[in-house]
Design a protein around this ligand. Structure first.
Ligand SMILES: [Cu+2]
Length: 233
């Protein structure tokens, strides 16, 4: 028996078989929605809690993150399941980008982070990040891992940067007039006319996979506002 990672698999002869073309097409279709969602998060999430997770029911980095998981994994692929997702190598590319987006957001909102204390047991910046050891007797914490430079790397936009320069970079990369957003519109138009997609609706957003642990959480409950200026505190 061969055991292998599968993406958006179908079943052939009782074996799960990846459908890379379908997966590519699905990612293609959600591309501009992901761009818009990322931009919405940068525009609207001005504190760490609303930025990092969907507990408040609003869009957050977790939302487009989850969309990539379920779009790549499909109904029974590894990426759709939290305990299995990291077995697919694409997981590491995906989470490297999550790390990058987090670093860009931190540069725009440098004072926002996990709380220093908590009265209800929720994690703080000092919570030990088991099992990641910093030294033999010490675990990494969110506080010690706050800056990627602690690990010896950074991202191009963050070299000799300011809040203004990173804001400008995010506008260029993800804003309404960004190449990604405009290409998304153009490609979507093309896919609606030329592509024999299995999806008939060109505004199709994301596969819903009831059995997937990663939910499709792309939310449009916030209205994005352009990141023209660094928000004032
Ligand atoms: Cu993930």
């Amino acid at each position: 028996m061969t055991i292998e990672t599968v993406r958006n698999p179908t079943v052939e002869n009782n074996v799960y078989v990846s459908q890379p073309v379908v997966t590519n097409n699905d990612m293609f279709l959600v591309g501009s929605d992901l761009t818009n969602s990322i931009y919405q998060v940068f525009s609207m999430s001005t504190d760490y809690n609303s930025f990092s997770n969907i507990a408040d029911g609003e869009n957050s980095l977790e939302s487009p993150h989850g969309t990539v998981h379920v779009t790549v994994g499909g109904e029974n692929g590894h990426m759709s399941y939290v305990p299995l997702a990291a077995f697919d190598p694409i997981f590491w590319l995906h989470h490297a980008n999550v790390d990058r987006l987090f670093a860009l957001w931190q540069a725009i909102y440098p004072d926002e982070y996990l709380p220093t204390i908590s009265s209800d047991g929720t994690p703080t910046e000092n919570t030990e990040l088991y099992p990641f050891r910093k030294t033999e007797n010490e675990y990494w914490t969110s506080k010690s891992a706050r800056d990627t430079k602690a690990f010896g790397y950074t991202y191009p936009e963050l070299v000799k940067s300011s809040q203004q320069s990173v804001t400008a970079a995010v506008n260029t990369l993800y804003g309404p007039m960004s190449t990604a957003a405009l290409n998304g519109k153009r490609k979507r138009d093309l896919s609606a006319t030329n592509n024999t997609s299995r999806k008939e609706d060109p505004d199709y957003v994301c596969p819903t996979t009831a059995s997937a642990t990663y939910m499709n959480t792309m939310s449009v409950s916030k209205s994005p506002t352009p990141l023209h200026t660094v928000p004032s505190k």
